[in-house]
Design a protein around this ligand. Structure first.
Ligand code: 3HC
Length: 304
C-alpha cells in the first residue's frame, strides 16, 4: 500500500515527531458521495468504516458499493480479486462510536448546516483523545462554521470530491482560518499520494472554487428553460456539442441532485447576495414536488 508519511513513531528529518500514515478512514453517510468516497479509499488499500443512519442503509449501501465495483470489473478496470479485496476492506455500522479509532473521518451527509454541525460536535467527542482529522465533503458551507461546532478547529477541514467520485480527478482541500497549515498539507499529500487524485487548495468561501464557478452557469440554464429560451434537450445540446462538455447543465444538475443544487445555491446566495446565485423558482418548485433529478428518476430529464 502507498503511504503518505513515515512509519508510526519515527522522527522526520526535521526532528519533529512523524505522524502515522493514514490507514483507517471513517466515512459518514452512504449516499452517492459517501459510497463513492468509501470505494475510492478501499481501492487505495485503506481500512474503511462507513457510518450509516438507517437499518435500510445497512443493506443498500453495501449493494451500491458492490454494484459500482462490479462496473469497474465489467469495464476491465478492476480484477474480480481487486473487487473482493476492496469490498473486504469496507465495513458498515449504525454506531458513530465505532469511528473512534479512525485517523481521518470524512463526512458526506446531506447539505444541511445544522445537521453537519451536530454531527461534528458528536464526532469531536468520539475521537476526543486522538489527533484524528475531521473532514467535510460539503459542497458549499464555509468550513469555519462547521469547525466551530468542535473543540478541535485546527484539525477540521474540507475535502471536497466530485461526482462520480471514482471518475473525476479533482479534489478541493479547504482549510478554515483556524485549520493548522500542517493538517492542510497532510490532507493534500493524502489525496495525491494515497487516493491518486489531484488536490487543489481552495479558499474557505461558500462554494470554494469549483461550485462558485459552476453554479451560476447551472442556474442560468434553469432560468433559460423557465423563460422559454429553449427546451431542456436543446440547452444541454448547446453545451455538449458547442463546448464539448461531457454533459449539459440540466443533465448535470439532475446528476448532482436538484435538492443539493438548491442547497448549494442558497449557501452561495447567503454568502454573496448576488442574484446570479439565487435558486430560480422553477428549481424550487421541482424540488418541493420531489423531482430531484437522476436519483428519483425525474428532473429536467427522465431516467430509467
Ligand atoms: N463509477 C465508476 N466508473 C464510472 C462511474 C462510476 N459511478 N460512472 C462512470 N464511470 C466511468 C465509466 O466506466 C467510463 O469509463 P471508460 O471510459 O473507461 O469506459 C467513464 O467513466 C465514462 O462513463 P460512461 O461511458 O458510462 O458515461 P459517460 O461517457 O456519459 O460519462 C460521466 C459519464 C463520467 C458522468 C461524464 O458525463 C462526466 O464526467 N460528466 C460531468 C460530471 C461532472 O461535472 N461532475 C461534477 C459535478 S459537481 C460536483 O460533484 C460537486 C458537488 O459539490 C456538487
Amino acid at each position: 500500500m502507498t503511504t503518505n508519511a513515515t512509519t508510526p513513531g519515527t522522527a522526520s528529518p526535521t526532528g519533529t515527531p512523524a505522524r502515522a500514515a493514514i490507514e483507517r478512514v471513517g466515512v459518514v453517510g452512504s449516499g452517492i458521495m459517501g459510497t463513492g468516497i468509501a470505494e475510492l479509499c478501499a481501492k487505495s488499500g485503506l481500512d474503511v468504516r462507513v457510518a450509516v443512519f438507517s437499518e435500510t442503509s445497512l443493506d443498500t449501501a453495501p449493494e451500491r458499493l458492490a454494484a459500482s465495483l462490479d462496473r469497474g470489473v465489467a469495464k476491465g478496470k478492476l480484477t474480480p480479486a481487486d473487487r473482493d479485496r476492496a469490498l473486504a476492506r469496507v465495513s458498515f455500522t449504525r454506531d458513530l462510536g465505532r469511528l473512534a479509532d479512525r485517523q481521518l473521518v470524512i463526512e458526506a451527509v446531506k447539505e444541511d448546516e445544522a445537521l453537519k454541525q451536530d454531527l461534528f460536535a458528536t464526532l469531536d467527542k468520539i475521537v476526543e483523545d486522538t489527533d484524528a482529522i475531521l473532514a467535510t465533503n460539503t459542497s458549499s458551507i464555509p468550513i469555519s462554521r462547521i469547525a466551530a461546532a468542535t473543540r478541535r478547529p485546527a484539525q477540521v477541514l474540507g475535502i471536497h470530491f466530485f461526482n462520480p467520485v471514482p471518475v473525476l480527478p479533482l479534489v478541493e482541500v479547504v482549510g478554515s482560518v483556524l485549520t493548522d497549515a500542517a493538517v492542510v498539507r497532510r490532507a493534500e499529500t493524502f489525496v495525491r499520494d494515497v487516493l491518486g487524485k489531484q488536490p487543489i487548495v481552495s479558499p474557505d468561501r461558500a462554494g470554494f472554487l469549483v461550485n462558485a464557478l459552476l453554479f451560476p452557469y447551472l442556474l442560468s440554464a434553469v432560468r433559460m428553460l423557465e423563460s422559454g429560451h429553449a427546451d431542456a434537450d436543446t440547452i444541454d445540446q448547446a453545451m455538449t456539442q458547442g463546448c464539448s462538455h461531457p454533459m449539459g447543465p440540466l443533465r448535470l444538475a439532475d446528476l448532482i441532485g436538484l435538492d443539493t443544487t438548491v442547497s448549494i445555491a442558497q449557501a452561495l446566495y447567503e454568502e454573496y447576495k448576488e442574484p446570479l446565485y439565487a435558486p430560480p423558482p422553477l428549481l424550487m418548485r421541482m424540488t418541493e414536488s420531489g423531482l430531484l433529478g437522476k436519483k428519483t428518476g425525474q428532473g429536467f430529464h427522465t431516467y430509467a
